[in-house]
Ligand binder design. Sequence first.
Ligand code: PLP
Length: 381
Amino acid sequence: MKPLNKTVTEIKESIFSTMTKMANEYKAINLSQGFPDFDGPKWAIDLMKCALDQGETGKNQYAPSMGLLDLREAISENYRKFYSLDYSAQTEILVTNGATEALFSTSLALLNPGDEVIVLEPFYDSYKAAIELAGGVVVPVTLKALNFKFDRAELEAAVTAKTKLLFLNNPHNPSGKMFDREELMFVAELASAHDFYVISDEVYEHLIFTKPHIPFATLPGMRERTITISSTGKTFGFTGWKIGWASSTPEIIKAIHSVHQFNVFCVHHPTQVAMAHALRRLESYRDELKVEYSQKRDLLLTGLRQRGFKVIEPDGAYFILAQLEDGENDVEKCKELIVSAKVATIPVSAFYLKSNEGQKLIRFCFAKKNETLLSALKHLE
Ligand SMILES: Cc1ncc(COP(=O)(O)O)c(C=O)c1O
């Protein structure tokens, strides 16, 4: 038989699936996967039920391929309200099947075979697959632990005439870092000087604890070369509902839509109805979210510190990194924690391609019920 697609056959099982399987096998408390073990707000579930009952207005049939206009308007209103960013609901926002589809469709829309894409490692694992399946070449640049700053000279040296795109993730998974204006300005100046696009993955934009989020598209000259990607999964705690979007110029959105229309065509219609309403409640809900997740963050930070872990305080997202002792290795440590303490975490080396800095770090997710966090801490004593 002729071989299957070479890039596809080289894709390995994601570390999240591996650790979850092991966690299940050992009946460990799963602080590895990045999603809540509790439901989002009850009112959002009611909105969803109500949306499912709107069948006679066609809400259970195909949605418009670009996304429900009401949802695109709600997304547009929030960009204006929170960040003074203007995106036309008609032409500059595409609703996708979670941020994952937006990352994938954008890569296919922008890249030609051989185009280089700078990715700041540690990075979310879907980036590499999206880039390589689109024929692009991943060029990793390391964010240096423990403050996860990039070395300016190293980043500049990674840019070549073939650089088409840079992937930025802010707030950042797995470190919880939020890039400051100076760092973002440096990337923006490089993008202008060398004419490349920036995908700014901002799925954790509303999970922030210490400082305001700066969308990359708000930096001078960046709106026209940025594809801002976000989703409601993390914000409302319903990661299974998979509503995401890409926002950019009409030309770029048209190109991403060309991929989207022949890949998924449209996104689950009733969920779009519910999320349009939910996004209009985001301003008040954001405060509740911050209180709830700040408590979880502090509970796990304090507990881990008391148990001798050297933790890195996150500014955003819902992860805490812990530094290992000299001589320890992340994969071995994660296995040991599952087997002996029955707590599953993620070895951070899985987020790197170039550097071995990840071997000294493990990631805990605190998007869990307080009782889950307390049980995990008890196990770790
Ligand atoms: C950095 C980052 N981007 C994108 C995603 C995927 O988002 P979605 O569930 O909306 O597809 C995740 C999920 O964990 C993530 O951590």
